[in-house]
Design a protein around this ligand. Structure first.
Ligand SMILES: [Zn+2]
Length: 593
């Protein structure tokens, strides 16, 4: 047994997928909202019997290892390794050797990148602990030594000497100069090396699994006129649009409480953590985007947005309005006093709790902000605002919330509720139409599978639904050759896995297919296969198929006989009549006639 198969037979796909998607039973499979595309419907299905998942919306499919690989953005091997650690699985000795050698051989680029970043982090952290000026800065901001330790906050002293020390220290950890240049931590000018991170307080950024991936450096010295923040440059391993600072530390509590706080700065995040709001994450100096919300929605139901109290903060919140309605996440806005950001608010010994209790639904916030001083606006401004409001309300799913916001909007804008509802209805039509268009596109299940004979299809999926039993269904080899090309293709692949142990055949079969084929098979396994199908029913299907084939064969011979008669070819005629008699006899013997 291979390592992957061992994992698949020792873990339930429901447990693995269930960590990311909330699943509900529906017949022989489970349903939930797809984590790989934006949707409100539960198009995502998991079959515990088969150990596979399939999404009717985006057609993604696979087993529990490919699920983890896809959602955590890892290779299959990394995913396997992650599952072993995460579920505390003991691998049998026979597999352990195979596993450790493969891991050693394939130590991925990502692992290497994270190793380099970790070595850098450790060095920077040591530098901070012996630098009074940097430490003082943090103490002045009430950042505790426990926080410094937990977030591994660091400092990069400036100057040639410190860069040389850094390079030497890294070499002793097997991190070479070229590595440091490659990830952009050092830059080169002639023979001189320097770093954009010099004289900055440095926050290390870890990915969702706690692997070190990059850095954010903040200036802190008076008269430092460089940009306030400098972040690692974007690469395959460091994508700001997909990372959230503090996520790995927040994960546990996010899961427990099903909510999180979103802030804009590293210091805000650290201060929140320090004050017991461990479920806090921060964007990396970029606006919060759809991927961020999607990532969070895997863990939480409610997101508290805690941006700066100023105009810029408010603008950033309004941008979220357009993102949140299709992210499956409830957004609540915590309104800070204008002069504060989360860190300064907490440093001032203010109590955040009352503000949390008074957090406003984002749509309510949006409505209030956009209708601010509405009556003083010009007609065209009023029209523009109303249109924007209607288009946002139209997107809300919750009927009650919709009504509530509508009447609120009507009151603020002094428009009759009736008129607003009419507006909304028009907007609604537009949306339904565009949704139908979308669905049309999604219905495109691989085209060349559409014209497959229904009977042959039934036989294929009957065989597949029993493939992992000790006594699977099978058909004679000579019969296989009579199937249509596409079905024959799959039957031949099935034939190649029949030697395997029961329980491993289906997955092995899937592995032999390309993505499109796997999609088609998974899709039909979910909707067209009947795991309860009896052997009798299967035999009847085969009988039906044989009858069809024989009919075709017999009518072929008949036609040839007619032709031979016309051509007056007695030899040929004799041969064909013999063949005809043989066919009839065979059919009688097989009970088809
Ligand atoms: Zn999907």
């Amino acid at each position: 047994m291979s390592l992957f198969n061992f994992l698949k037979s020792n873990l339930s796909i429901l447990d693995v997928v269930g960590e990311y998607v909330s699943l509900k039973p529906a017949g022989s499979y489970h349903k939930g909202t797809c984590p790989f595309h934006s949707e409100k419907d539960a198009s995502f299905t998991v079959s515990p019997d088969r150990g596979i998942f399939y999404c009717f919306g985006c057609h993604c499919s696979g087993d529990l290892i490919s699920f983890v690989a896809k959602i955590e953005n890892m290779t299959q091997l990394e995913a396997a390794k992650h599952l072993i650690d995460h579920f505390n699985i003991t691998i049998p000795q026979t597999l352990e050797k195979e596993f450790s050698t493969t891991v050693a051989n394939q130590k991925s680029e990502k692992d290497r990148h994270s190793y380099i970043c970790e070595a850098i982090t450790n060095w920077l952290h040591q530098q901070l602990l012996v630098n009074k000026e940097a430490l003082n800065y943090l103490t002045d901001r009430q950042i505790s030594s426990k926080s410094i330790e937990t977030f591994m906050v660091g400092y990069f002293p400036g100057g040639l000497k410190s860069v040389t020390n850094f390079i030497t220290a890294m070499q002793s950890k097997n991190v070479m100069l070229k590595d440091l240049l490659e990830i952009g931590f050092l830059s080169q000018s002639g023979n001189i090396y320097y770093s954009p991170f010099e004289e900055r307080i440095i926050f290390t950024i870890r990915d969702t699994l706690g692997r070190f991936v990059g850095f954010g450096g903040r200036i802190f010295k008076k008269n430092d006129e460089r940009a306030k923040y400098y972040n690692s440059k974007e690469s395959a391993h460091f994508q700001k649009g997909q990372l959230l600072f503090g996520f790995d530390l927040a994960k546990q509590k996010m899961k427990q409480q099903e909510n999180a706080f979103l802030v804009e700065g590293y210091t805000d995040c650290v201060m929140m953590w320090q004050h017991g709001f461990e479920n806090t994450v921060a964007t990396l100096g970029t606006a919060c985007n759809h991927d961020h919300l999607k990532l969070l929605s895997r863990f939480i139901k409610t997101l508290y947005v805690l941006y700066d109290g100023d105009k810029a903060g408010q603008k950033a919140i309004l941008r979220l309005v357009d993102l949140c309605w299709n992210a499956n996440l409830e957004l609540k806005i915590i309104h800070l006093p204008e002069q504060h950001d989360p860190a300064s608010f907490l440093q001032g010994k203010n109590d955040l709790q009352p503000l949390i209790s008074n957090a406003k639904d984002i749509f309510e916030f949006f409505l209030e902000t956009s209708t601010d001083a509405f009556q003083n606006k010009t007609i065209s401004e009023k029209m523009e605002i109303s249109e924007k409001i209607i288009s946002v309300i139209a997107k809300i799913d919750n009927k009650f919330k919709k009504e509530l916001l509508l009447s609120q909007a009507a009151a603020t804008m002094q428009i009759s509720l009736q008129t607003l509802k009419e507006f909304l209805r028009n907007e609604g039509h537009k949306r339904v139409e565009s949704k139908q268009e979308e669905n049309k596109e999604n219905d495109n299940i691989p085209g060349h599978f559409n014209d497959i004979d229904q009977l042959e299809k039934k036989i294929l999926f009957a065989i597949l639904s029993k493939i992992d039993l000790n006594e699977p269904f099978s058909i004679e080899k000579e019969l296989v050759s009579q199937f249509e090309m596409q079905i024959r293709y799959f039957l031949e692949k099935i034939d190649k896995v029949t030697d395997l142990q029961a329980g491993n055949r289906f997955t092995a079969f899937l592995e032999k297919l390309n993505t499109e084929e796997r999609d088609w098979i998974s899709y039909n396994m979910m909707i067209n296969s009947d795991p309860q199908i009896s052997f009798e029913t299967f035999s009847q299907l085969i009988m039906q198929f044989q009858k069809q084939r024989w009919k075709v064969a017999v009518s072929n011979v008949k036609n040839q006989i007619l032709a031979a008669q016309k051509m007056q070819d007695p030899l040929k005629l004799q041969e064909l009549l013999k063949k005809f008699a043989y066919l009839k006899e065979e059919m009688k013997n097989k009970g088809i006639l």
